[in-house]
Write a new protein. Structure first.
Length: 339
């Protein structure tokens, strides 16, 4: 897909969206997101939302989206908190104590599956469940460390290193999981959220025989999770992952498509398949040599990105690509690749 032809969305029965960095940023919708989801609904297309943020229940997420003008029902929302609680509910006897490190929403999810949320190691929890919560602090991590050392299993809802914000990336649940892992000298027994494939696989089952497209802003969670679930993905450049990270991505974190934003679902000029196939680079040519790599030609910046991905992923050149023309310089600037 290189600027013309069939719309990307026409090839899929279900579109699964990540939320923070794709649909909204903290508490405000990303420009064009409300219109994109409304258009999908108007066309009768199935939509789902999958989030690693464990600080809200599915109904709360649906209410949040609705308040922003995004059409959403609670049964369309899949959260790592709900999935992790369900996992423990299936493994533990009813009423078993579970130490919750996270927000009130995570406690509610644990209670909803018939388990007993507790806050102290003295309550003899048989499991620790850890998710993001803005008030999580040292005391919570200390109780969890004691409980795990006493034999409790340790489940993390997700390991996102950061959360997007208007001030840039902030510490996410992965940062707090890493702190506890450092104290314990080991990793969690299980991580439920992305990049584990369960959230996307659960959503994909709703598409039946149709194809599912995952839309995300993070290579290390959304895109890797889609790949592990065997699904196509669209990386949008509205959140955490940027072009330099994309060019350096290992094979398990490479998306099927890249777009500036959600307009790429409908407008072929706003999305590109990566990497560019040989002989079809939209007017661009990339040359590598001992002194680095160089972009030449003219055309869409997204086509330049596809050409750069092809070279970066197979040849691993070092440094920022140089521009061989004024058009190439403009394209590199648009992609955030200026030195």
């Amino acid at each position: 897909m290189s600027g013309g032809g069939e719309r990307l969305v026409d090839g899929y029965a279900l579109v699964v969206f990540d939320l923070d960095g794709v649909i909204y940023l903290i508490d405000r919708p990303i420009p064009g997101a409300v219109e994109a989801v409304a258009r999908l609904h108007d066309e009768g297309r199935a939509v789902a939302y999958a989030t690693n943020n464990a600080s809200r229940r599915a109904a709360d997420v649906a209410d949040l989206l609705t308040g922003m003008g995004v059409q959403a029902r609670s049964d369309e929302v899949l959260t790592s908190a709900g999935a992790a609680a369900q996992l423990l509910g299936e493994r533990l006897p009813a009423g078993a104590p579970v130490l919750v490190v996270g927000a009130e929403a995570l406690r509610s999810e644990v209670a909803a599956v018939g388990l007993k949320p507790v806050s102290r190691a003295e309550d003899s929890p048989v499991a620790v469940i850890q998710g993001y919560g803005p008030q999580v602090g040292w005391v919570d991590l200390a109780e969890a460390a004691v409980a795990v050392r006493q034999g409790a299993s340790w489940i993390a809802t997700n390991t996102d290193r950061t959360l997007p914000s208007g001030r840039g990336p902030l510490p996410g649940n992965g940062a707090l999981v890493a702190a506890l892992a450092t104290a314990l000298g080991r990793e969690p027994d299980e991580v439920v959220g992305k990049p584990a494939p369960e959230l996307f696989a659960t959503a994909a089952r709703r598409a039946g025989e149709g194809r599912t497209l995952v839309v995300g802003d993070r290579l290390d969670t959304d895109i890797e999770g889609a790949n592990r679930a065997g699904l196509d993905s669209l990386l949008v450049l509205t959140g955490v992952s940027d072009v330099p990270e994309l060019l350096a991505a290992p094979s398990d974190r490479r998306p099927t498509y890249v777009g500036w934003n959600l307009a790429g679902l409908f407008d072929p000029a706003e999305v590109v398949r990566v990497p560019a196939p040989a002989g079809d680079v939209g007017g661009w040519h990339v040359v590598t040599g001992a002194d680095g790599w160089e972009l030449a030609g003219a055309g869409r910046p997204l086509d330049a990105l596809a050409a750069l991905c092809a070279v970066a992923w197979w040849h691993r050149p070092t440094g920022v690509p140089r521009a061989a023309s004024a058009e190439a310089a403009q394209a590199l600037d648009a992609l955030g690749l200026t030195s």
